[in-house]
Structure formats: structure tokens, C-alpha cells
Design a protein around this ligand. Structure first.
Ligand code: UD1
Ligand code: CA
Length: 571
């Protein structure tokens, strides 16, 4: 995988790309292949579908012969309002047929992601808050798409819907708009038309990112073998505060009577430690036959999906519970404290996985390593290192303390001394960087090259074996192999309006304190004398010196001192 990603980088390396402030295009072309493209916030907007194609999609979405299922039980009161009349908007490419390997039934996954996240006290939608380096929702989508194809995954979005859609749109999943968020039950009411062609649906929460594909498959398998109308994934928590409590039919029964939300629970119910994870499996037909019986008689005045358990029970449909083997997987991020707790769990799990794979991480508690980072065996990560985004690091490397590496590719046996900052860059095998090297987007450091302290690079290629060891700025430059860039060298790449390129061919020696005024080319094997200001091309094998001649005034300082002493004596 790493190799393929690297070859993707090679193809798109360097020439002719424009660096955006967030991500350069090759990050999309190469590195994101293994992960949903949409997790990168800089993804271009997916094309808006034309009216014509939207009509075509909705013709698929609402087949004329779709059976309208009415309410068979007139004795049950209908909800006061019929919020599902809010026209459901399905965005994306719907697929309305089952897939081979879909366990013989048409099976969808719906992710509730429309809520505002009031408890986070944020202007950003809850599901876009990040843990492990990517949005909460991106984690859930990644787990869901391991179980069913993306076209059978539906994210129900509402608050800041456009931003949420953009963030995960690249994954190919569908979106359902819940314009007004009237509760988790309402979210599923709005999804009625999109989900009706399926036999079963697993419902996940966009704010609970630790769910794994294995657990989703486990819920599906349990549901398909026990055949209830609703299966609830539950967990036993030492501290169940804040979660809905699961009321079973009996202590030993796997059937459920009801779910009681924290705010509605009486003291005895609050003592129940089995909680509702917020993940469910439903048979679609009974779900939509009964969903309109949900009411809003609760402290929030919302339609609670959890109340479907009691609705089903009243209507003689079975509701089962299955306990999660790892209670951690159900944790939701409703508050900042929960968000940070989940982030830390994800990162410790990540460090543990990397260590299992042969990476040494000293003081993993101090390191921030994003979920999608890859590292080869025998690489050593010193304390206080941040490895972010789609960073890939080879084997036998050493990453010095306080280095921050964002979406970069690093080959084998690379040494980063402490304090290096790398963004969207690429470092070939055996190179040595730092301390305190700053590689800005589009920097490519060749095999065995050296970049030393206080050297800043941007959009450059530094060839194999070349060295820029001290106090240097190299921007918009192509530097060949075995070039020596002396201390304090600067490429003057910007004329105040446009950027220009500096080319330094193989084997060149640039003396210290040289300024290279671009556009300029220094030919193969040439020398540039120290402190030169190079404004014109230097031919191959030539020596260029561009500085004022030195003047020596014999005895000048001695005379100066003598005059000063005379003046002082005269006072
Ligand atoms: C919910 C459950 C609770 C369970 C807990 C587990 C309900 C009423 N309660 O509570 O029993 O223990 O999850 O984490 O379901 N959402 C929408 N549209 C809406 C409202 C919410 O899409 O109109 C989404 C939210 O964005 C969120 C998810 O549904 O991703 C869950 O909503 P949230 O408000 O977080 O429910 P909890 O209070 O956590
Ligand atoms: Ca929640």
C-alpha cells in the first residue's frame, strides 16, 4: 500500500501543481487512496447534480410501485403533527438494490448526523469535531463502508448540512436532509423513502466514532438470526449517567421492554447500568409501519427513536438487546470532555497498534499520532512528536522530539533531529533533517540529502546527496544532485508580484551568504563565491562572484583611536 501511494506521489510530484493553503493536490491523488477522500476538509465540492439527473435519481428513489404501508391500528393515537411530511431530500447516488454478500437481504446503514451538538457549545456541527485527526462522522462512515458498499450508507444531515456533506462527500455515501432536527426518531422518519426499498437497516450515531466494522456485523448477524423487529446494542457501564437505560423484560431475557432516557428516568431506573448505545438494527417494514406512533411527550419535546422499543412492545413486535463486548465502542462525544477522552483512547489504541507492528514510541502519552498515519518497523518515535493527517513514514527512521509532520511521506532510514516541521512534503530514504528544519508544502528532499538547522524550504526539489545545512531559505527551486548550498543562502523567488524559479544543476557549490535572484540558473559544476548576489545565469563549470571588492585602509583604526583620545584629553 505504501509503495502504491508513493508511486502516486511520484506521478504527481512537483511540477505544475498549485499549493492550496490546506492541502496540495497530490495529497488527494496519492495518499488518500486508502481512506475516504472526503475527510480532507479541502476536498473540492462534489458536482451539483443537474435538475435532470436529480429527477432521474428521485425516479429511482421513489418507485411508483412502492407499496404505501398504512397504519393498521386505528386505536393508537397518531402523533400531533406529521413531521415526516417535510419532504425528504436524498442527495448523492442512490443504489436501491441489494448487493451480493449482503446476507441475502437488502441491508442499509443509516448514520444520524443532523444534530447541532448543543452541549459542545460550538459554532461548528458536532459530527465535524475531530478525534484522532479526522471528523467524528468520518470514523463512523469508515466503519460503515467496511460492512456495506458506500451506496448503501445514508448519512442523515441537517445542521450545517452542506459542510457535513462536503467533509465526507468523497466517500460516495448518500445524504438525507433532515432540515429541522426534531429528534432521533424524526431523523428516521425523514429517511423513510430512502430506506423503504431495504429489508433491514442498521442505525448508527455520527457522534460515536469508536464503533468498529466487527461490531456492526455482529449486530447484523444477531438481528438476522433472532429476527426481532428491533435489536438494540447495549453496554454495561460503571457510570451510566447521561445514557438511555435499557429495561429488559426479565433479568435473564434478551428481550427489551423499553428504553428510558436519563431525563425521564425515575431513581430506580437510573440505577440500571445497562445503557442504550444508540446503535440499532431494524426490520424496515415494521419500523415504518409503526414509526408514526412516536410522540413528543418528553422533556425535549422530540421524537425519540428509543421510544420505538415501547411502541413495538405495545404492538406485539419483538425487541431484542445484545451487549457490546467492548463498552468503549459505544462512547459518544456530547461534551468537550467526552471528545477529548475519545481522542485519547483513539490515539493510545493507534500507538499500541504501531508498537505491535514494530515501531518504538517512547512516552506514547506525549505523542499525537492521527488514525491514518502509517509507520514502518524499527522506526523510533521520540517523546512529544506529532504525526498528522496522511503521514507515511518508512522503516528504520528516527523522528526527533517536538517534530510535527503533517501529511508527508518519509522514506526508510531517515533521521529527523528534534524540532522539525514538515507539511505536505516528501523525504527520500537516508536523508537527514534538522534540528529545526521547516519543510513547507511541495518540498522534496532527495535520497541521502541533508537539510540542517533553520533551513526553510517551499516547493523545491533537493537532489540526491545535496546539502543545505544552515540558515537558508530555498523556495521555488530545483536543485540537482551533490549540490552544496552554503550557510545563509537565500533564493529570492518573489518580485512582489510573481514567483520565479531558481535552478541549480548537479555538483554546484554555492558559497555562504549567497542570494540567488530568480529567475536564475547556475550551470552544472559551477562555483558561486561566498556573499554573492547572483542576478544572471552562471554557465557550467564557471566561477561567479557578485559582490563589492574588499578595500583595506592600512592603519585607519589606529588613527581613529588616536584622534578620539586627543579629543577626550582636550575636555
Ligand atoms: C442517544 C439516545 C440514548 C443513548 C445515546 C447513546 C435518543 C433519544 N437517545 O442520546 O438513549 O444512550 O444516544 O449515545 O436517541 N440526531 C439527528 N437528528 C436529530 C437529533 C439527533 O440526526 O433530530 C443525531 C445527532 O447528530 C447524533 C445522534 O443523532 O449524532 C444522537 O443524538 P444525541 O442528541 O447525541 O443523542 P443522545 O443524547 O446522545
Ligand atoms: Ca450522543
Amino acid at each position: 500500500m505504501l509503495l502504491r501511494q508513493r508511486s502516486g506521489l511520484l506521478q504527481d510530484s512537483f511540477s505544475g501543481f498549485r499549493v492550496s493553503s490546506l492541502c496540495c493536490p497530490w495529497v488527494f491523488l496519492g495518499v488518500t487512496e486508502a481512506y475516504p477522500r472526503g475527510i480532507l476538509s479541502a476536498m473540492p465540492k462534489p458536482k451539483k447534480s443537474s435538475k435532470k439527473s436529480a429527477r432521474k435519481a428521485s425516479a429511482h428513489a421513489f418507485p411508483k410501485n412502492a407499496k404505501k404501508i398504512g397504519d393498521p391500528n386505528p386505536t393508537q393515537a397518531k402523533p400531533a403533527s406529521t413531521p415526516e411530511r417535510q419532504k425528504p431530500a436524498v442527495l448523492g447516488t442512490p443504489a436501491w438494490v441489494g448487493h451480493p454478500g449482503n446476507h441475502g437481504s437488502r441491508f442499509a446503514i443509516a448514520i444520524m448526523a443532523a444534530g447541532k451538538g448543543t452541549r459542545l457549545k460550538s459554532k461548528h456541527p458536532k459530527v465535524l469535531h475531530e478525534v484522532g485527526g479526522k471528523p467524528l462522522l468520518a470514523h463512523v462512515v469508515a466503519a460503515a463502508t467496511k460492512v456495506v458498499p458506500a451506496q448503501d450508507v445514508y448519512a442523515i444531515i441537517g445542521h450545517e448540512a452542506e459542510r457535513v456533506r462536503e467533509a465526507v462527500g468523497g466517500t460516495g455515501i448518500n445524504f438525507i436532509l433532515q432540515e429541522e432536527q426534531r429528534g432521533t426518531g424524526h431523523a428516521l422518519m425523514v429517511a423513510r423513502e430512502a430506506l423503504r426499498p431495504y429489508d433491514q437497516v442498521i442505525v448508527l450515531s455520527g457522534d460515536a466514532p469508536l464503533i468498529t466494522a466487527q461490531t456492526i456485523s455482529m449486530i447484523r448477524d444477531f438481528h438476522q438470526s433472532r429476527k426481532p423487529a428491533m435489536t438494540i446494542l447495549t453496554a454495561r457501564l460503571a457510570d451510566p449517567t447521561g445514557y438511555g437505560r435499557v429495561i429488559r423484560k426479565g433479568a435473564k431475557s434478551d428481550e427489551v421492554q423499553a428504553i428510558v432516557e436519563e431525563k425521564s428516568a425515575n431513581p430506580a431506573q437510573k440505577k440500571i447500568t445497562e445503557i442504550n448505545s444508540g446503535f440499532y438494527a431494524f426490520n424496515v417494514e415494521p419500523l415504518y409501519r409503526h414509526i408514526d406512533r412516536l410522540g413528543t411527550e418528553n422533556p425535549h419535546g422530540e421524537f425519540y427513536l428509543t421510544d420505538m422499543a415501547a411502541v413495538f412492545r405495545r404492538n406485539k413486535e419483538r425487541v431484542c438487546a445484545v451487549v457490546a463486548s467492548d463498552p468503549q465502542e459505544i462512547l459518544g462525544a456530547n461534551t468537550r470532555a467526552e471528545l477529548v477522552d475519545i481522542d485519547q483512547r483513539l490515539r493510545m489504541t493507534k500507538c499500541q497498534q504501531l508498537m505491535d507492528d514494530g515501531v518504538t514510541i517512547f512516552y506514547p502519552q506525549t505523542c499525537v499520532i492521527d488514525t491514518d498515519v502509517e509507520i514502518g518497523a524499527d522506526t523510533v518515535i521520540e517523546p512529544f512528536v506529532q504525526l498528522l493527517g496522511n503521514t507515511h513514514i518508512g522503516s528504520d527512521c528516527r523522528i526527533g522530539s517536538y517534530s510535527v509532520i503533517h501529511s508527508s511521506v518519509i522514506g526508510d532510514s531517515v533521521v529527523l533531529r528534534p524540532g522539525c516541521v514538515l507539511s505536505e512534503s516528501r523525504v527520500e530514504a537516508g536523508a537527514r533533517l534538522g534540528p529545526y528544519s521547516h519543510l513547507r508544502p511541495g518540498s522534496e528532499i532527495g535520497e541521502g540529502a541533508h537539510v540542517g538547522n533553520f533551513v526553510e524550504t517551499k516547493k523545491i526539489r533537493l537532489g540526491k546527496g545535496s546539502k543545505a545545512n544552515h540558515l537558508t531559505y530555498l523556495g521555488d527551486a530545483e536543485i540537482g544532485e551533490n549540490v552544496n548550498v552554503g550557510a545563509g543562502t537565500i533564493t529570492c523567488n518573489y518580485d512582489g508580484v510573481r514567483k520565479h524559479k531558481t535552478v541549480i544543476e548537479d555538483g554546484v557549490f554555492i558559497g555562504s551568504d549567497t542570494t540567488l535572484v530568480a529567475p536564475v540558473r547556475v550551470g552544472k559544476g559551477a562555483y558561486v563565491g561566498a556573499a554573492s548576489c547572483i542576478t544572471d545565469d552562471v554557465p557550467a563549470d564557471a566561477l561567479a562572484i557578485g559582490r563589492g571588492r574588499q578595500i583595506v585602509k592600512e592603519g585607519w583604526a589606529k588613527e581613529k583611536r588616536a584622534t578620539r583620545t586627543q579629543a577626550e584629553n582636550a575636555k
